[in-house]
Design a protein around this ligand. Structure first.
Ligand code: PEP
Length: 262
């Protein structure tokens, strides 16, 4: 059921990860746009691989869909083989960027320090950063969920002056690692609990007005069948979706599901 007077505009974000060739990306966007044209009141972002960001950006240019990248580097240019900078992404028409996805942290060794630098660079460059935080199964089972998540949120603020950042200019995503790509979704109550605590911490770090404006998404095995109950939670402002975002049909269902809850 839709909440009365949702505090923040919901957002549904597709994280394609390392999937799709250029032609597949084009086909997807062409299929998606008409399917979500009636879904008002929800922000939509597609986080594509670098190789097809330009096509997604040009096809979504005059639409409400934001083209996003899955990573950026915090320096603008130089001897950083394999990295992609903010000005490079700006040139392609990127409007949002994922920072600190757990796959970057766990597989590629991205540190809290790097996430903090990327977050501030993304904000300064005018991107909407989606900063990901979340605990492993072992951390949750040993009662260390909040220690891990709060540590990641605090670390992301290392170089950020919350007094100078509008809460609308940054998004957090609570993504418990045990729920990513596993089919094991967090219960709506667990998602609400973690996200409410993150909002409380953001209030401590940036004040009430800031925390009230920051959108906090849930990510981890969201599907058309569970999006409604997750979105119905008071502090959950949307979803960051991997697997179920890879088909235009199912991502369109998630967008329209989120619009129903808005
Ligand atoms: C993700 O990659 O951010 C994610 C939440 O993946 P999935 O929806 O497949 O669990």
């Amino acid at each position: 059921m839709a909440q009365q007077g949702r505090a923040r505009r919901p957002m549904m974000a597709a994280n394609w990860k390392m999937n799709k060739l250029v032609a597949e990306a084009e086909e997807y966007v062409a299929q998606l746009l008409p399917k979500i044209s009636g879904a008002e009141g929800v922000d939509v972002a597609i986080f594509a691989p670098f190789t097809c960001v330009a096509q997604v950006a040009s096809m979504t240019q005059d639409t409400p869909v934001v083209a996003g990248a899955q990573n950026l580097y915090f320096e603008d240019s130089g001897a950083f083989t394999g990295e992609v900078s903010a000005p490079m992404l700006k040139e392609l028409g990127v409007g949002a960027v994922i920072v600190g996805h757990s796959e970057r942290r766990e597989i590629f060794g991205e540190t809290d320090e790097a996430v903090a630098r990327k977050t501030v660079r993304a904000v300064e460059a005018g991107f909407l950063p989606v900063v990901c935080v979340g605990e492993t199964k072992e951390e949750r089972d040993s009662g260390k969920m909040w220690e891990k998540v709060s540590g990641q949120v605090r670390a992301a603020f290392e170089y950020l002056d919350a007094n100078r950042v509008d809460g609308e200019g940054i998004v957090f995503a609570y993504e418990p690692i045990w729920a990513i790509g596993t089919g094991e979704v967090a219960s709506p109550e667990d998602a609400q609990d973690a996200i409410e605590r993150i909002r409380g911490l953001l209030e401590e770090l940036g004040g009430e007005d800031f925390a009230g404006k920051v959108r906090i998404l849930y990510g981890g095995s969201i599907k058309p069948g569970n999006v409604g109950e997750i979105m119905a939670q008071k502090d959950v402002d949307g979803g960051l979706v991997g697997g179920a975002s890879l088909e235009a049909d199912s991502f369109a269902e998630l967008v329209t599901g989120a619009a129903r809850e808005s």
